[in-house]
Ligand binder design. Sequence first.
Ligand code: PGA
Length: 268
Amino acid sequence: MLVVISRTYEEMSRAAGQLVRDRLLQKPNLVLGLATGSTPIGLYQELIRMHREEGLDFSWVTTFNLDEYLGLGPDHPQGYSFFMRENFFKHVNIDPGNIHIPNGLVEPAQIDEYCARYEDEIKNAGGIDLQILGIGRDGHIGFNEPGSSLGSRTRVKTLTAETIQDNARFFERGEEVPCYSITMGVGTVMEAEEIVLLASGQSKAEAICAAIEGGVTAQVTASVIQLHRRVTVFLDDEAASLLKRKDYYNFAAAAERKFEDLRGGRRQ
Ligand code: PGA
């Protein structure tokens, strides 16, 4: 696992953008797993800038989003289809036919079949090459709340009170935050070839410390990335503030950059 600590959110987003660009240049038909929430917005802005200024091409890219609120349709302003369209898709040349986001309006009786189909679609696309993740204050990835099986697949998950409260900021006053989601499972995420996890701000410092330096546990589902063979964690100074081995991560990231320059290769 490589931990890259930047001074600011903007620097962190640029560093993550460079990694995504490198992978896209290596594989134009990249299968990208995407996340929502406030954290990846800077990364999406950076990719949009690269598309506009450098011609970064998304026309062969396929995307799978991690999750969606159950009950919210594709045009609901707080739904994740709307979020992705506004913050990323409509600004780049991605083929709308290659975009996959769980449908929050699926009929309850069809949910299991629908979730199994989402998994099949990922497999049929050749699997996810690069999965982008945020992290919740409770350590969740996607909407895999504490206690989610580390082998779980796409399914319905009930949100914790903490997540509902955190996400209330995106909803109108008086509007109810949904308490169910459809989310890729922890097991689904772990099958990606490569994982990038982003976190910014003091409010994420505890979750990051638990995920990176604590034990692997279903109580902090992000901690499962310790078992993945190819992970880069991008943090700003605040999110990294409680890490005990911060100096080593900085030293290792700088050394890794030098080493990468020498061999022009992949990091593990
Ligand atoms: P945030 O959410 O980026 O809005 O902080 C992250 C998450 O809950 O996964």
